[in-house]
Ligand binder design. Structure first.
Ligand SMILES: [Zn+2]
Length: 393
């Protein structure tokens, strides 16, 4: 039995049109004026808006959004697994039907991916990266695979690949939530990044680079990564190279905002609040330049970092608009462009025949108000199944 969504206003990156959506075996088979389909369950949209489910390209299921992610070091893998399963469900219920995990521990997130795929857990369709690969003592070293030299970097990459990850994640600069590292300074060397990227390429896996500062972004681009995560201090030459090489930016605007809002009053370490404030102040320039110049920007939240809760993902759509995108651009970043980054552009991100029936039914138009995913998500459909009805109008 299939499902027909009747009387919807369909909104995706191809524009806005009225119609019905016919779904069978988890896929959209027809969009338009659908009559005579008799054996289907009918969902009356009554003029509500149907968009593709959101795609979050940067989450951490193993982070719990507590004040200091280093708390992870005190937890067992079993504890992390239970938490990650709950985080996956919360992510889905926020309207996120596809996500990329950008780093976990013990391959917990990769097991969660497999359990979701097998129908044993509820959560978004997941792609995972295993342990981030970082410099010895560098950013995220409290759980990442630490390496020293290109040979060790290769070995670290092979370990992740052997554990069936979909992506590799490298730490190209310092970050906010680790003490004694600087987001402006490079961490893994260009040679180490090349070594990881070489192994990844042999296995057919793309590489995502955590990179705030200039030298680190440059090194990551030279190594051939597919996405720059954060990209805070990207300058003109780097933006030009990103466009030329088709590299994506995943800005994660909500992460610094959440840390600043919570502040030391809620236990976020002072060094993290200070660095978050600096990044938050500076990132606007690079983001606006990337929007203006046409860098491919994919939505990502860094969910799980301090007070950046799993399930709060949709706030990023609003922040991208606040930072200079139109609502249509933010919708594209959160659907088609994100799908393209993840290599899923034929599978998700559009309301069109052949695509997975991962759909959000919204009471208001996302082109008028980017906050609708947070405040007016009425029904969520995943793989043709209604997984969530909120009663929101
Ligand atoms: Zn991250």
């Amino acid at each position: 039995m299939g499902l027909v969504i009747k009387g919807a206003v369909i909104v995706d990156s191809r524009g806005q049109r009225s119609g019905d959506v016919l779904i069978r075996d988890g896929r959209i088979v027809e969009v338009g004026d659908i009559r005579g389909a008799t054996d289907e369950r009918v969902l009356a949209a009554n003029g509500r808006y149907v968009t593709p489910g959101l795609i979050d390209c940067h989450i951490h299921l193993c982070y719990s959004a507590g004040p200091d992610p280093r708390a992870m070091a005190k937890k067992t893998d079993a504890e992390l697994a239970v938490e990650a399963a709950a985080h996956a469900k919360a992510t889905l219920l926020a309207g996120v039907t596809t996500a990329r995990d950008c780093g976990g521990r013990g391959f917990v997130e990769t097991h969660v991916r497999d359990a979701i795929r097998a129908g044993r857990l509820e959560g978004p369709r997941l792609l995972t990266s295993g342990h981030p690969i970082c410099r010895k003592g560098g950013h995220t070293s409290y759980y990442a695979r630490q390496v020293d030299g290109p040979e060790a970097a290769r070995e670290g990459a092979r370990e992740q690949i052997a554990a069936t990850v979909d992506w590799l994640k490298v730490i190209a600069t310092g970050g906010i939530t680790t003490p004694n590292v600087d987001p402006r300074k490079a961490e893994l060397t260009e040679e180490e990044l090349h070594a990881v990227a070489g192994e990844a390429a042999k296995a057919g896996k793309p590489v995502a680079a955590h990179a705030h500062g200039g030298d680190g972004i440059r090194n990551a681009l030279a190594a051939g990564v597919r996405s720059i995560e954060h990209g805070t201090f990207a300058d003109d030459a780097m933006i030009r190279r990103m466009i030329a090489d088709g590299v994506f930016l995943v800005p994660t605007l909500v992460a610094t905002r959440a840390m600043i809002d919570a502040g030391t009053a809620k236990g976020v370490p002072e060094y993290a609040v200070t660095k978050a404030a600096e990044v938050d102040r500076e990132r606007g320039k690079a983001f606006a330049a990337c929007v203006e110049r046409g860098v491919q920007i994919a939505m990502g939240t860094d969910a799980g970092t301090p007070f950046n809760v799993h399930g709060g993902n949709a706030q990023e759509v609003e922040l991208m608009v606040e930072a200079g995108m139109t609502p249509a651009q933010a919708l594209a970043a959160s659907t088609v462009t994100a799908a393209k980054l993840l290599g899923l552009e034929k599978e998700v991100g559009l309301v069109a025949p052949g695509f997975a029936a991962d759909l959000a039914v919204l009471a208001k138009n996302p082109l008028d108000d980017p906050g609708v995913f947070r405040h007016h998500l009425s029904i969520l459909v995943q793989g043709g199944r209604i997984v969530h009805e909120t009663g929101k109008t």
